[in-house]
Design a protein around this ligand. Sequence first.
Ligand code: G6P
Length: 615
Amino acid sequence: MCGIVGAVARDNVVPVLLEGLLRLEYRGYDSAGLVVSNNSLHRLRTTGRVAELIKLVGEQNAEGLAGIAHTRWATHGAPSERNAHPHISGTESQIAVVHNGIIENHESMRERLQTDGYVFVSDTDTEVIAHLVDYHLKQTQDLFKAVCLSIAELQGAYAIGVMEEIRPDRIIVARNGAPLLLGLGEDGNYAASDASALLKVTRNMIYLEEGDVAELVRDQYRIVNCLNNQLGEPVERVVHKSDLSNEAIEMGPYDHFMQKEVFEQPGAVANTLEMVFNAQSISPNLFGAQAESVLSDTDSILILACGTSYHAGLVAQYWLETVAGMPCSVQIASEYRYRDPIANPKTLVVGISQSGETADTLAAVSYAKELGHQYSLAVCNVAESALVRQTTLRFLTRAGPEIGVASTKAFTTQLASLLLLTVTLAKMRNKLSAEREQQMIRALRHLPAALQSSLQVEPEVEVWARRFSEKHHALFLGRGVHYPIAMEGALKLKEISYIHAEAYAAGELKHGPLALVDSEMPIVAIAPNDQLLGKLKSNLQEVHARGGELYVFADADSQIEESENLHVIRLAEHAGLLSPILHTIPLQLLAYHVALKKGTDVDKPRNLAKAVTVE
Ligand code: G6P
């Protein structure tokens, strides 16, 4: 989704802006642009990649001591140069605006501004902000006030950066529902959508809060909050030292971030479970100071999430019901927020999100609160995210930055965290004997090694990938707790290889999808040696008998033999409750290698964004 970088410094800021945009590329975008000020505004925009913008900067010698830059993921208006940011307005002198998010009242604002004589040259909602700021600037002659007065009129969730021609030494930024932070450096002050964009210049970060407007000059900054006062009240915000390492956001020896992140999973899961590895028993405190009292008062679970995180929730539902005896419902956040569900104050609302910034998940968790749910827990990979800030309890997946758009290590660390939640609740509800608890701790300690052994199947998966790359459709089958893993496998394949893939609960095949089966339709099945294996084998027979080509990921002891049109890759061990985590790995590898064969952009698949900060 859109990325913002702003800078005011002692030297030319263009290299910092471009480096920042490169770092934000992972968020997903389809055009890029920047503006620098050197007594007049110099704007460059392209529908190409940031590399194209870098070329333009070189050709046109763009330089300045202050600037704002942007990667745009189109919402209002096609991805074109005309719609790319920054957008410019100005009756007396020019101002430029970059924006992430959506302005919901843009249509009425547009009409009003047109009546005031403003001419729109793009289809974006962002241009409304540019003209509105200019309108207030004419009245107040002060850009800072003009931004404050403008945001009082804008509805929606957004972050913006603004600068003006006549003050080429400062930028103004504002946050309302979309992420934005300040970076305080020795040679200048900066702003960005996330910390990774600024690591080359500073580690001192301020996470802006809702309604904050900040003015940045080279050696100073000030912040006001406009939630209760149109012109803002001065506020102090804590400066955090980012401990994000450059290695964590660089590709190192890998060809793609996704590949790096798939192979980082043993370490990411080990980091996430570190506290358990060092403990003799599992304690509710892992989920926050209030966890003991909240969890003991909880009688059911409501999970809200999107995309891959939603699939993690579906796996957790099986675990919570089976192991903890806990009623659990899992809802797609964008659906839940527009339903009229019945709230139960004793239900724990669990928001699962890698980024902690997904607009639908944030809105669904807030809505659940409005409906009367009093307890909430964030399972999230970003400590300073909006989701973590809005919940009663939190558990941080310590996967490290995930840059590939297709989520991998975030998913397996979410699963590890949710299993921990399950075991914690089971223990508190007297559903877990001391012996079983120790077995679980041992199994969790072994998980990184087991993940390592799952990764060993890569060469075999690569052979399969060659055949898949010529296909247009694929079916994924699983049963029980492995059905959501089949859903995740299908999602990975479609996201990065653009092959149409659907997942079905294997028992459901005969109720429709079996009609699709022919020799052109590869069928991937997840066949762990669990209590449903016998049933699954019957379902596979139904496919085999109709000439379908089966690709089965089985456990070593699943006793499914290779035959014509039935190919088997065996994982080293059967991991009991942890099996869904291990069976995820070969599916990620399959999608990755199919995408490689097809030559698609693995890390930045078309049309997709990493952090979806709009509805
Ligand atoms: C986007 C990403 C997906 C992710 C989903 C939810 O669609 O491309 O990979 O699963 O958002 O993101 P979250 O950060 O809330 O887990």
